[in-house]
Design a protein around this ligand. Structure first.
Ligand code: GLN
Length: 530
């Protein structure tokens, strides 16, 4: 029987509920259980693919090509499992499926209602992920904050679920914030008490509560929450801010959170070994070295928009014993390039869509190319590196991507063959994992040490095949192609310390203890004196 750990949130959003859930997942795995994770998001969008990163952070892409919430990135990085479309459920998706069924007449004349039809569809998703993954434990995070109108059907569905499958097969963990009031110098439990009460009014009595705070909390706070929130004292856990994200695994382990959950599930526990995480944290605490990487992008005000890239750089930093500092540069504001990029060790241009800020990015790419500064272009970043090279080295005046300038005289980047630009924007990209074949005698081959690699994708445009020949005699090499040998997967420049662009997104497969080769090599090039 699959066990379900439901993680809800209270008081405010944005307190790292997904990270907490994922850290618990990592520890449950250490006890020898097969763990998978799932996010139920209350918004009406069918998937987050069309949402602005300004509003919702990055779009994370799974191996099977689903555009999902950035929390799935945390889940994959912490539990080191590939998740699938079953792991990302939104209200929009639930309603769409229920309405489609209604149109087909599947409800046989019944009035279709939130309860039971919407809640039944939600419960179907809970069962489906267990069936497809054969996981021992499914961790399901409910997005939003308890009390929100939008999340009510999800809360109701998980309430019913305990009735359906039994007390010991379900665990409700509520995560809340304990704010610090500077004026009185106190931590306050009242919002948590109210939130637990709100949850009870919806029929759910939390089995455990996780208190988020900026610093470690004293026992008296836990006692108070236990007494006034009607929770067993041994089921009150704490989670304070940490410098290195993965330290939460150690903090939770010390408190025995997973032992408590497993006991409730009537599953066996064992003495687990977290020395892998412990040594990572110890090593990074001792590390003095730091590299400074310029991230030149459009959403630099919201770092969540590039979460997986920042993580991938940090993971490579763990490997090389170096911290990574990011200098955020708004590409629209790149007017004094020499001073703005003077102290950086490397330049990274991440993925992106749309014309805004592209000329600034192109300027930064030129600067990296001409000044031998290590450069990594990801997806859009690679496409713009091709545009820059076409314009400034191959003298193809006005070269551009047709995404940004449909009537350009030199469309070096064009819509992928077989994809129409007037399609709906939702879900029409090349998405998910596929194989890239690396050419011998390239820097990319040196980095990966193999001919065939699998990475994830999310793009609609490609290097225009009509221009491939023009690049043949230049210093820009196309170092990898897709399996049809026509779609350019990577580019590099000879006689440059590190100038690589990739059409795929290597950041999605990076793990804290298993960095991706490309990021490792990018950092290494910065550590080698030029
Ligand atoms: N906008 C570009 C495309 O659609 C790049 C996408 C991206 O960077 N993810 O191909």
């Amino acid at each position: 029987m699959t066990k379900y750990l439901f993680v809800t949130g209270g008081v405010v959003s944005g307190i790292g509920k997904g990270i907490s859930a994922a850290a618990i997942g990592q520890l449950l795995k250490k006890h020898g259980y097969k763990v998978t994770m799932q996010k139920l998001d209350p918004y009406i969008n069918v998937d987050p693919g069309t949402m602005s990163p300004f509003q919702h952070g990055e779009v994370f892409v799974t191996h099977d090509g689903k555009e999902t919430d950035l929390d799935l990135g945390h889940y994959e990085r912490f539990i080191d499992e590939y998740l699938t479309k079953d792991s990302s459920v939104t209200s929009g998706q639930i309603y769409e499926e229920v309405i489609n069924k209604e149109r087909k007449g599947d409800y046989l004349g019944h009035t279709v209602q939130v309860i039971p039809h919407i809640t039944d569809m939600i419960k179907e998703k809970l069962h489906k992920i267990a069936k497809h993954t054969q996981a021992d434990i499914v961790i399901t995070e409910i997005g939003g904050t308890v009390g929100d109108i939008e999340s009510l059907p999800f809360i109701e569905a998980i309430r019913q679920f305990r009735r359906d499958i039994g007390y010991h097969n379900t665990y409700y963990l509520h995560t809340t914030l304990i704010p610090y009031i500077h004026a009185s110098g106190e931590y306050k439990t009242k919002p948590t008490q109210h939130s637990l009460k709100e949850l009870r009014s919806l029929g759910i009595h939390a089995d455990g509560v996780l208190l988020r705070s900026d610093a470690p909390l004293e026992d008296a706070i836990k006692d108070k929450v236990a007494l006034l929130g009607d929770i067993n004292k041994e089921a009150v856990f704490t989670s304070h801010d940490v410098d290195i994200l993965y330290e939460v695994i150690l903090n939770y382990n010390k408190q025995g959170i997973t032992e408590h959950i497993l006991k409730h599930f009537e599953l066996t526990t064992k003495a687990i070994n977290v020395s892998d995480w412990q040594s990572l944290i110890t090593k990074m605490r001792e590390t003095k070295q730091s590299l400074n990487i310029a991230m030149v992008g459009k959403y630099v005000g919201l770092h969540d928009a590039y979460f997986s890239i920042i993580e991938a750089l940090e993971h490579a930093g763990y490997h090389h014993h170096t911290h990574v500092e990011i200098t955020w540069i708004d590409a629209e504001d790149l007017n004094h390039i020499e001073t703005q990029l003077k102290d950086v060790d490397g330049i990274l241009i991440p993925g992106g869509f749309g014309v805004r800020a592209t000329e600034g990015k192109i300027k930064a790419i030129r600067y990296a190319r001409e000044n031998n500064i290590p450069f990594l272009g990801i997806c859009f970043g690679m496409q713009l590196a091709v545009v820059e090279y076409a314009r400034n080295v191959l003298n193809l005046e006005g070269a551009h991507s047709t995404e940004l300038h449909p009537k350009t005289s030199h469309p070096v980047i064009d819509i992928q063959r077989g994809r129409q630009s007037d399609e709906d924007l939702g879900g029409t990209l090349r998405l998910g994992a596929s194989i890239s074949l690396i050419k011998n005698n390239t820097k990319l081959f040196e980095i990966y040490q193999k001919e065939s690699i699998e990475e994830r994708h999310r793009h609609r445009y490609e290097v225009n095949p009509a221009y491939h020949d023009i690049f043949k005699d230049s210093e820009m090499t196309f170092s990898a192609f897709d399996q049809t040998n026509t779609l350019v997967e990577a580019i590099e420049i000879k006689n440059h310390p590190f100038f690589i662009g990739v059409q795929y997104h290597p950041e999605f497969l990076s793990r804290p203890l298993k960095p991706r080769p490309l990021f490792e090599a990018f950092l290494k090039s910065m550590m080698t004196p030029r």
